[in-house]
Design a protein around this ligand. Structure first.
Ligand SMILES: *[C@@H]1O[C@H](CO)[C@@H](O)[C@H](O)[C@H]1NC(C)=O
Ligand SMILES: *[C@@H]1O[C@H](CO)[C@@H](O)[C@H](O)[C@H]1NC(C)=O
Ligand SMILES: *[C@@H]1O[C@H](CO)[C@@H](O)[C@H](O)[C@H]1NC(C)=O
Ligand SMILES: *[C@@H]1O[C@H](CO)[C@@H](O)[C@H](O)[C@H]1NC(C)=O
Length: 287
């Protein structure tokens, strides 16, 4: 066991260094934030369903498994293309044009995946007779992808793989633009403003949801035509935010520091809030 893992860890690290683009999605803190916001807003019925679907090891804490979908990417190779959308380098999104994988297969993108796992979860409670789906996995995928689709650079340009090929410095650390949005902005905020306490960061966002943003929440939650989930709306918002904020004024080799951090942080906070509110609203409609 020990020697096997001794080989695996460096191999994995090497892979991640060579192909940073295989890491997609908010980092662990971002996903945790989205799931904690969501779980606190569930209806009784949805809370009961989530509790039943979570493995007992999760101790009824959805956020503890919110990054599960990132961890199974190697095991479930087919799922790695479901975390994002690439546009043909334009600042708008179109499902028919953009929601496909590298081989061109329709529907294989984060928007299609959200619809897929929502539909699977709708079979919850309907005749226990051999549902073809693993609804635990459906819940974990949906919870993760609802976060991903709100990360602006998860709906980015094909030519730079959503900012994965744009080298930048985050203060003095070398990284890529995509990673700045997955992790660095959140990490720096948690460190600087919340004494490295993620829970306090999540609480601050929750407070804004019930405070300053409360008059927008109904609009975030609502899908037109009584749809259960409307991922194409979230994807369009993301590519707009990607162009207006993430890519804006950034070029290869840019050094991003206070100016960029402080102007982009409100966008990150808002997207995390919207992701959490919408995950809860979707689960409440499903169950
Ligand atoms: C839908 O879910 C199934 C089961 O996990 C999976 O095999 C399939 O690739 C998914 N398709 C999309 C577009 O999410
Ligand atoms: C459903 O998926 C989970 C997570 O991958 C797994 O632990 C569990 O055994 C699966 N359940 C069934 C019935 O296959
Ligand atoms: C909450 O809202 C206030 C006022 O708009 C803002 O200054 C603060 O940064 C927000 N905090 C979070 C975590 O969103
Ligand atoms: C981009 O740079 C211009 C010129 O310095 C500045 O006026 C503008 O506010 C910047 N926009 C953003 C979103 O950073």
């Amino acid at each position: 066991m020990a020697s096997a893992s001794g080989i695996q860890i460096p191999a994995l690290t090497l892979l991640l260094l060579l192909f940073p683009e295989i890491i997609h999605g908010w980092g662990v803190d971002g996903h945790l934030t989205v799931c904690q916001i969501a779980q606190a807003r569930l209806s009784d019925a949805a809370a009961a369903a989530v509790k039943e679907l979570l493995p007992s090891s999760a101790d009824n804490d959805l956020s503890s498994l919110c990054s599960w979908a990132d961890r199974v990417k190697f095991h479930y190779r087919w799922s790695s293309e479901l975390h994002f959308i690439n546009t043909p380098d334009v600042c708008n999104y179109n499902y028919n044009r953009d929601c496909k994988d590298e081989s061109g297969e329709k529907g294989r993108c984060v928007s299609g995946a959200i619809t897929n796992y929502t539909n699977q979860l709708l079979t919850y409670g309907k005749s226990a007779a051999d549902s073809p789906y693993n609804l635990t996995e459906a819940l974990l995928f949906l919870s993760h992808f609802m976060g991903d689709i709100h990360q602006p650079l998860h709906v980015g340009f094909a030519s730079d793989k959503g900012g994965n090929t744009i080298d930048v410095h985050w203060y003095r650390t070398k990284t890529v633009l995509h990673h700045v949005w997955d992790d660095n902005i959140i990490e720096t905020s948690v460190k600087q403003f919340y004494e490295s306490n993620v829970e306090d960061f999540v609480d601050a966002i929750k407070q804004n949801i019930t405070g300053d943003w409360s008059n927008q929440v109904l609009e975030w939650e609502t899908c037109t035509n009584n749809k259960i989930v409307c991922p194409d709306v979230y994807a369009s918002e993301s590519i707009t935010a990607a162009c207006d904020w993430a890519y804006k004024n950034v070029t290869e080799g840019s050094v991003l520091e206070d100016d960029y951090f402080l102007t982009r942080l409100p966008v990150v906070n808002l997207r995390l809030a919207e992701g959490g509110v919408r995950l809860a609203a979707t689960l409440n409609r499903i169950f």
